[in-house]
Design a binder for this molecule. Structure first.
Ligand SMILES: Nc1ncnc2c1ncn2[C@@H]1O[C@H](COP(=O)(O)OP(=O)(O)OP(=O)(O)O)[C@@H](O)[C@H]1O
Ligand SMILES: [Mg+2]
Length: 253
């Protein structure tokens, strides 16, 4: 059983309306409540437009909303390095900066000026994503998969409590996607970090998630379950087929 101390993130009655008082007014999230435990890897599935990205952006502090978002019991309304977002887009790195400068830029904004510390943190996180030796590369010299590795390294360098990932592997080919799933799984088991991970890929949720939720319109949570399929997960794993079927029918109901 969990207790309150284990809760890293608490979303209380969160509602989001876009374009208030205009003809485009839209209720995107309606009274969403969700509690996430420390070190949980929470995967989120849901049909296009149900508000997954909006929910993550609210948690990240990029949107205004009604209700509250608490990290370690304290309300958060603005972006902070305790919650870092990783996107689908390969272009989330500055194209004019090298890999190391991309990683170090937010660290410098954090006030870290010591060259040795910056170098050490960069090397540490690049090793974690298996990109040691690529410090001086520019983004255009990297594959899509490598760019996503750098984006993950950049997030890890900030030592966030929560990493918010919005379909980070959606634009990758199937083989690279599998590789990055394996890497992220390893990283998530090594790091003291909580992950919220959006995907449209059911397989991905079963491979990565310790918990899986399915959202419907308005951000309504229609499935919320612990992932009981033993790691490492393959389609032949016990319980895989049943879990896949259950999530699939919730998603397409
Ligand atoms: N900045 C915005 N202004 C107005 N409406 C918005 C804005 N951002 C999102 N929306 C609307 O909110 C709804 C939910 O969008 P959101 O991007 O959160 O969906 P999603 O679940 O992430 O979808 P997808 O799976 O396609 O990424 C959509 O109807 C979208 O049009
Ligand atoms: Mg989205």
């Amino acid at each position: 059983m969990t207790n309150e101390k284990n809760h890293i993130l608490e979303i209380r009655n969160l509602s989001k309306v876009f374009d208030v008082n205009t003809e485009k007014e839209k209720d995107v999230l309606k009274d969403v409540s969700l509690t996430v435990d420390r070190n949980e890897f929470l995967c989120m599935l849901g049909p296009s437009g149900c508000g997954k990205t909006t929910l993550l952006r609210c948690i990240a502090g990029f949107e205004s909303y009604e209700g509250s978002v608490l990290v370690n019991g304290a309300e958060r309304t603005k972006p902070g390095t305790d919650r870092i977002m990783v996107f689908q887009d390969f272009n989330q790195l500055f194209p004019w900066k090298t890999v190391e400068k991309n990683i170090q830029y937010p660290l410098k904004l954090q006030g870290i000026r010591d060259k040795d510390e910056l170098k050490q943190r960069t090397q540490e996180v690049l090793a974690k994503v298996k990109l040691s030796g690529h410090e001086k590369y520019y983004p255009y010299q990297l594959s899509g998969g490598m760019k996503q590795r750098v984006a993950i390294a950049k997030a890890l360098a900030l030592k966030p409590e929560i990493i918010l990932m919005d379909e980070p592997f959606a634009a990758l080919d199937a083989m690279t996607r599998n590789e990055l799933q394996d890497e992220l799984l390893r990283i998530s088991m090594e790091e003291q970090c909580t992950f919220l991970f959006i995907t449209h890929n059911i397989q991905e949720t079963i491979v990565l998630g310790t918990r899986i939720i399915v959202l419907a319109e308005g951000g309504r949570i229609v499935v919320d379950e612990k992932n009981t399929v033993a790691r490492p997960v393959t389609p032949a794993s016990e319980g895989y087929g049943e879990t896949w079927e259950r999530l699939h029918s919730a998603l397409y109901q």
